[in-house]
Design a protein around this ligand. Structure first.
Ligand code: NDP
Length: 439
C-alpha cells in the first residue's frame, strides 16, 4: 500500500475486497500458491495518452486520456469511460478493480476495465464535446475491439458522447461492430440499457427486502445524484410503489416530500443539461439546499428521514456520520447505484446494524450486465424488445442477490452481502486465472 499511497481510492477499493477474502483463501490453498492476490491487484496493462483538440475559440486544449485493462481471465475487457476533472489513474484503477468482481457476478463472460479523461464536459458546447470525443477515440481505437475491450459510459459519458466516439471509431477503421455499448438505439444500442443501472439497483433492493419478508412498497426513499443512474432509480421506485423524495448534483440537493418529478428531472438533466436550481424553479414545492448549506460533515440527502437509501452520484458520498444519521432515522435498506459511494467505516456501520445493505459491485451490476446483452445483440445482428431485455436484467439481478446471499451463508456470515459478493466474484476469476496458467 506504500507503493500506491498516491492512489487513495484504489487502495480503499482493494482494502474493501481483500479484508473479506481470507475465508476463501483458507478454504482453497491454490489461491495463495498461485499468488492470485498479488496478481489480481495489478492491471494487465494501462494505456495513458495525450488528447489534443481545438475549442470553439480556436485554442488548442490538452487533456489526458486513459484505459486500464485490468483483468481478462473470464472475457474481453469491459467497463465504462468517465469524463470528469477528478479523473486520474488511481480513480480509474479503483473503478477497474471493482469492475472485475462486478462483471464476474453478472454471470456473463466479461473481464474488468475502466477508462476516461480529466476532460470536463460542463460548460462545453456540443461541438467541443464532439471534437474532444473524436480526439479521444483517435488514440483509444488502437486498444479496443469487439472481442478485445468494449468500453461503455459512466459519469460525463452518455448517449451523446458514445455516439461521437462510435462515429470516430467507424471513420478510423471502417468497421461497423459493437466496440462500445450504451449506443443510441438507431445504430446498435439496446433497449433498456439507459434504464438498466437504476432499474437494476431497485430490483436488487427488492430482492434483499423480499428475503427479509419486506418490500419497497410504500417506502420513502432518499436518492443521491441526478444523472443516468439516479433518474432511472427514481423512475423504477415509483413503478414498485415507493416514493423517491430527494436527488442531488454537484452543487446541491432537492427535497420534496411529495416525491421527485421524474419528467421534470429528465427535462433538466437530459435535455437542458442544467443544475438542480432549474428543477427548483420548475417545481416550486421542492426545497433546494446548496452544498454550502449542508449540515457540517454531512451530505444533506442522507439527513432526510427515509426507509431506504440509494446513493447514485459518486464515490465516498456516504461517510460514517451520514451512515449513522441514516440508521438513527430508521433507514432499513441501502442499495448502491454509484461505485464505492460508502466509506469503509460507513460500510461497517451498515453491516453492524444488520440492515439490508447491497454493495455497489452487486447492486449496480445491472448496467454492465445489460451492456453485455447489447454485445450479444450486436454479435447476432439483432435487436430484442424492451420487455425481453428488462426481463433478463431482472433475472440477472435476482441471481446476483442469490449468489451473494448463498456465499455469505456458506462462509457463516448470513446477510453480509459485502463478503458474499466479493468472494463469489473473486472465485470465478481466480479459478480462471489458475486454469490459464502463468508463463
Ligand atoms: P452521470 O454523469 O449521468 O451523473 C452523475 C451525477 O452525480 C450527476 O448528477 C453529478 O452532478 C453527480 N456528481 C458527480 N460527481 C459528483 C461529486 N463529486 N459530488 C456530487 N455530485 C456529483 O453519471 P452516472 O449516473 O452514469 O454515474 C453515477 C454513478 O454510478 C457513478 O459512481 C458511476 O460510476 C456509477 N455507475 C454508473 C453506471 C452506468 O451505467 N451509467 C453503471 C454502474 C455504476 P452534476 O449533474 O452536477 O454533474
Amino acid at each position: 500500500s506504500q507503493r500506491y499511497s498516491y492512489q487513495p481510492e484504489f487502495l480503499q477499493a482493494v482494502q474493501e475486497v481483500l479484508t473479506t477474502l481470507q475465508p476463501a483463501l483458507d478454504k482453497n490453498p491454490a489461491y495463495e500458491k498461485n499468488k492470485i492476490l498479488e496478481r489480481i491487484v495489478e492491471p494487465e496493462r494501462t494505456f495513458s495518452f495525450r488528447v489534443e483538440w481545438i475549442d470553439d475559440k480556436g485554442q488548442i486544449q490538452v487533456n489526458r486520456g486513459y484505459r486500464v485493462q485490468f483483468n481478462s481471465a473470464i472475457g474481453p475487457y469491459k467497463g465504462g469511460l468517465r469524463f470528469h476533472p477528478t479523473v486520474n489513474e488511481g480513480v480509474l484503477k479503483f473503478l477497474g478493480f471493482e469492475q472485475i468482481f462486478k462483471n464476474s457476478l453478472t454471470g456473463t463472460p466479461i473481464g474488468g476495465a475502466k477508462g476516461g479523461s480529466d476532460f470536463d464536459p460542463k460548460g462545453k458546447s456540443d461541438n467541443e464535446v464532439m471534437r474532444f470525443c473524436q480526439a479521444f477515440m483517435l488514440q483509444l481505437h488502437r486498444y479496443i475491439g469487439a472481442t478485445i475491450d468494449v468500453p461503455a459510459g459512466d459519469i460525463g459519458v452518455g448517449g451523446r458522447e458514445i455516439g461521437y466516439l462510435y462515429g470516430m471509431y467507424k471513420r478510423l477503421t471502417t468497421k461497423y461492430e459493437g466496440i462500445l455499448t450504451g449506443k443510441p438505439l438507431n445504430f446498435g444500442g439496446s433497449l433498456a440499457r439507459t434504464e438498466a443501472t437504476g432499474y437494476g439497483t431497485v430490483y436488487f433492493a427488492q430482492e434483499m427486502l423480499k428475503a427479509r419478508g419486506d418490500s419497497l412498497e410504500g417506502k420513502k426513499c432518499a436518492v443521491s445524484g441526478a444523472g443516468n443512474v439516479a433518474i432511472y432509480c427514481c423512475e423504477k421506485l415509483y413503478q414498485v410503489g415507493a416514493t423517491p423524495v430527494t436527488v442531488s448534483d454537484s452543487r446541491g440537493a432537492i427535497y420534496d416530500p411529495n416525491g421527485i418529478k421524474v419528467d421534470v428531472l429528465k427535462q433538466v438533466k437530459e435535455v437542458e443539461r442544467a443544475s438542480l436550481t432549474r428543477y427548483a424553479e420548475l417545481v416550486p414545492t421542492a426545497k433546494y439546499v446548496a452544498v454550502a448549506d449542508y449540515p457540517a460533515g454531512l451530505h444533506y440527502v442522507w439527513t432526510v428521514p427515509c426507509d431506504a437509501a440509494f446513493p447514485c452520484a459518486t464515490q465516498n458520498e456516504v461517510n460514517v456520520e451520514d451512515a449513522k444519521t441514516l440508521l438513527k432515522n430508521g433507514c432499513k435498506c441501502v442499495a448502491e447505484g454509484a461505485n464505492m459511494p460508502s466509506s469503509i467505516d460507513a460500510i461497517n456501520a451498515f453491516l453492524a446494524s444488520g440492515i439490508a445493505y447491497g454493495p455497489a459491485k452487486a447492486a449496480n451490476a445491472g448496467g454492465v450486465a445489460t451492456s453485455q446483452l447489447e454485445m450479444e445483440q450486436n454479435a447476432g445482428m439483432t435487436a430484442w424488445t424492451f420487455e425481453e431485455v428488462d426481463g433478463k436484467l431482472f433475472n440477472i439481478m435476482k441471481n446476483i442477490f442469490l449468489n451473494a446471499d448463498e456465499t455469505a451463508k456458506e462462509f457463516g456470515v448470513p446477510g453480509n452481502l459485502v463478503l458474499g459478493a466479493n468472494i463469489a466474484g473473486f472465485r470465478k476469476v481466480a479459478d480462471a486465472m489458475i486454469a490459464q496458467g502463468v508463463i
